[in-house]
Ligand binder design. Structure first.
Ligand code: AMP
Length: 281
């Protein structure tokens, strides 16, 4: 497995692979890998003959009061996991090498990023789109896999690829969960034992509304109240948002009529967790 530390070397290698006719698969991550990331690597592996994974905690997608410095990092462990997952090239750039100090071009998605995490994390998706576009230019993948865990991010990347004509196919990877239902996340590391138990309220509330919709409930106000009531019983939990939106446009809906994304962000103590489900009436 190769480890590439500079954008210049990554792009040189990508061009070489392209000229040699390789099918390149790509999984971008912020590292501190878990089985969710590894499932994306396995999915990508089945679609390519050279697999590239990136590990880069992208400063541009963190707000001034967010957890950039505290974000968990363990490159030695990530390296071993990548190797075991069949990754051929790990792109692990120095943060300073990715952005010029006077960088002044950014990618702004202007519709899908208005609500949900876009509303509570201003500038977040601009940072995400910009780094993903840069990574696509450096890695030049044929296929890139993103997780449904970050439902809004996934849809925004698909939109960026469509609207800016990136020559890459985006593949969706299902959310991988712990045995008790908690969506895997590098940020779960922040949770102590009692917060870890409290964090189950996210998936529990998603399961509850999925059942309610199955039994015929269509009113978003009723569904949202049920979620808020359940989460309200957990003292350590504070709702950032619970939103029901059209699965394609991310526009809020009042009734669950077509494919509806229910997405949530909840703080468990200081740790902000997200999760989502797609409701199909
Ligand atoms: P991150 O390292 O958190 O930026 O995530 C890198 C990629 O892994 C993104 O495409 C995420 O959506 C995806 N991902 C994160 N957690 C999970 C999970 N539990 N299951 C599947 N994919 C995930």
């Amino acid at each position: 497995m190769e480890i590439i530390r500079t954008p210049q070397e990554m792009q040189r290698r990508a061009l070489e692979l392209e000229r040699a006719g390789h099918m390149v698969g790509f999984v971008p991550t912020m590292g501190f890998l878990h089985d969710g990331h590894l499932s994306l690597m396995h999915l990508a592996r089945s679609r390519c003959d050279v697999l590239v994974a990136s590990i880069f905690v992208n400063p541009a997608q963190f707000g001034p009061n967010e957890d950039l410095d505290a974000y968990p990092r363990d490159f030695a462990r990530d390296e071993a996991l990548c190797e075991a997952a069949g990754v051929d090239i790990v792109f692990y750039p120095e943060p300073a090498s990715m952005y010029a100090s006077d960088a002044s071009v950014w990618i702004d998605e202007t519709r899908l990023s208005q609500g949900l995490c876009g509303a509570s994390r201003p500038g977040h998706f601009r940072g995400v789109c910009t780094v993903v576009a840069k990574l696509f230019n450096l890695v030049r993948p044929d296929v890139a896999v993103f997780g449904e865990k970050d439902a809004q991010q996934l849809r925004i990347i698909e939109r960026m690829v469509r609207d800016l004509d990136f020559p890459v196919e985006i593949v969706r990877g299902p959310t991988v969960r712990e045995a008790d239902g908690l969506a895997m996340s590098s940020r779960n590391k922040y949770l102590d034992a009692s917060q870890r138990r409290d964090a189950l309220c996210l998936k529990r509330s998603l399961d509850e509304v999925t059942d309610m919709v199955r039994q015929g409930e269509r009113q978003v106000a009723v569904l949202r109240d049920a979620m808020a009531d359940g989460i309200g019983k957990v003292a350590a939990a504070a709702i950032d948002y619970i939103e029901f939106v059209d699965d394609a446009t991310l526009v809020p809906v009042q009734l669950v009529e077509g494919r509806t994304l229910v997405a949530m962000a909840v703080k468990i103590g200081p740790t902000r967790l997200i999760d989502n489900a797609v409701l199909e009436p």
